[in-house]
Design a protein around this ligand. Structure first.
Ligand code: GLA
Length: 411
């Protein structure tokens, strides 16, 4: 079992290999070549959690796990979507998109419905969808799925859907079709990311920039708590509401405050004077997390992995104590990682209430780190620890398949 934990630079899933498997999946399902293959990566968020819907800062990056969609347009108005992961098919007519029947239908049909509402067409399509981003692990498999499918549909029907426009359209699928009040971070980073860079996002100014990352021999490791909660039942919406309450409470004292991202050290005294109220705790996380993003940028500019690791630990503390989105399994992983060799820092990542912890680990000690963590996790849960070692990669894109033979079926 220990040998399964061994890891080498060459083992991560490779994009080319991934795209070829999507092509083969389409070929097997429909006995034809796809016309386009779109792919979108999952993401890690180094720091800046729950800040996107508060006009704050975040520093995520895309990683080498993907969702891919292989697609071909059809001459009639029928559509067929086959999910390789769920081994199931959805079919219907693009003029009357059916309602979702199973949980995994929701994102797919939400994308199809929004796409054809925006770009009505008499032509349908057939597509296969598959990927290697663990679902519910907090790596944004949903955003990747939305970007890949929407990007594939755009290419298929000749609409140039790229950049932030595509990201916002995918966010609308979550907000308008799934009823989730999620922010824009996941879609934006999975779309705009660049290899070996993080993406600094400023949600108040609606600006972003790529930040080069050179942490030498350090690696990003995700450890999976195995706890799965969907955003809809995770308390995410409650946190969004609590932040709104915090804004209106603090706004009574600071009339110029239009979002929590504007809070700075000068407001700390006011917040302390208001007592230990839930909305104030939420606001305190916003304030301190934004400061940590700033400090993380300085650490990255100096290639200071130790300082960055410390900031991750402080972020975890704040997410647990002030924002209260951690859970015992995530806390256990962070606490034990603190005693494992090669660990510089780590924290719960994403919406929280389950999913993964993100860990910054010395590459040379990776095997020892994973063995120690697996031993502790097995001792605690009786289960083997699932982990992912991630590399920062480029965002989503679509390619046309040279082998596709445009024929009579194509519009
Ligand atoms: C989820 C949401 C994002 C963001 C994170 C928390 O991933 O989709 O918009 O709010 O949680 O940082």
């Amino acid at each position: 079992m220990i040998s399964r934990l061994a890891w080498s630079e060459d083992r991560g899933p490779r994009l080319e290999e991934f795209i070829q498997s999507r092509r083969r999946a389409f070929l097997e399902r429909f006995s034809a070549e796809p016309r386009f293959i779109a792919h979108a990566p999952g993401r890690i968020n180094v720091i800046g959690e729950h800040t996107d819907y508060n006009g704050g800062l975040a520093l995520p990056g895309a990683v080498d796990r993907w969702i891919g969609v292989a697609i071909e347009p059809l001459a009639d108005s029928r559509f067929t979507l086959f999910s390789e992961n769920f081994k199931g098919e959805i079919s219907g007519d693009v003029a009357a998109i059916p309602a979702p029947v199973k949980p995994w239908h929701h994102h797919l049909l939400g994308c199809v419905a929004l796409f054809f509402k925006t770009f009505p067409s008499g032509n349908g399509f057939r597509a296969t969808v598959g990927g290697n981003i663990p679902v519910g692990a907090g790596m944004s498999s949903s955003a990747a799925l939305e970007l890949a499918l929407m990007g594939a549909l755009g290419a298929c029907y000749g609409h140039s859907l790229t950049g932030p426009r595509l990201a916002s359209m995918c966010q609308r699928v979550e907000n308008d079709y799934l009823g989730l009040p999620s922010g824009l971070m996941d879609q934006l980073v999975c779309q705009m990311a660049r290899r070996a860079h993080l993406l600094l996002m400023d949600f108040a100014r609606e600006t972003w920039r790529h930040v080069a990352v050179d942490l030498g021999g350090h690696v990003w490791v995700l450890l999976d708590s195995g706890v799965r909660r969907r955003l809809s039942d995770s308390g995410y919406a409650r946190r969004v509401r609590e932040c709104r309450r915090a804004l209106s409470l603090l706004g009574q004292h600071v009339p110029s405050l239009s979002h929590l991202g504007q809070l700075g050290p000068a407001h700390m005294e006011l917040m302390d004077s208001l007592g230990d109220l839930t909305p104030i705790r939420r606001a305190r996380h916003q304030l301190t997390e934004n400061l940590r993003v700033g400090a993380a940028l300085e650490a990255l500019a100096l290639n200071d992995a130790e300082a960055l690791g410390e900031l991750l630990l402080e972020s975890h503390e704040s997410l647990g104590m002030d924002f209260q989105v951690s859970c015992p399994e995530l806390d256990f992983l962070v606490e034990r990682a603190g005693k494992a060799p090669g660990f510089l820092g780590g924290r719960m990542m994403g919406a929280g209430f389950g999913g993964c912890t993100l860990n910054l680990v010395r590459g040379a000690a990776l095997g020892c780190f994973l063995r120690a963590m697996n031993r502790d996790w097995q001792g605690q849960t009786g289960r083997e620890l699932s982990f992912q070692v991630c590399r920062l990669v480029d965002g989503a894109s679509v390619r046309e398949c040279p082998d596709a033979a445009p024929g009579s079926r194509n519009p």
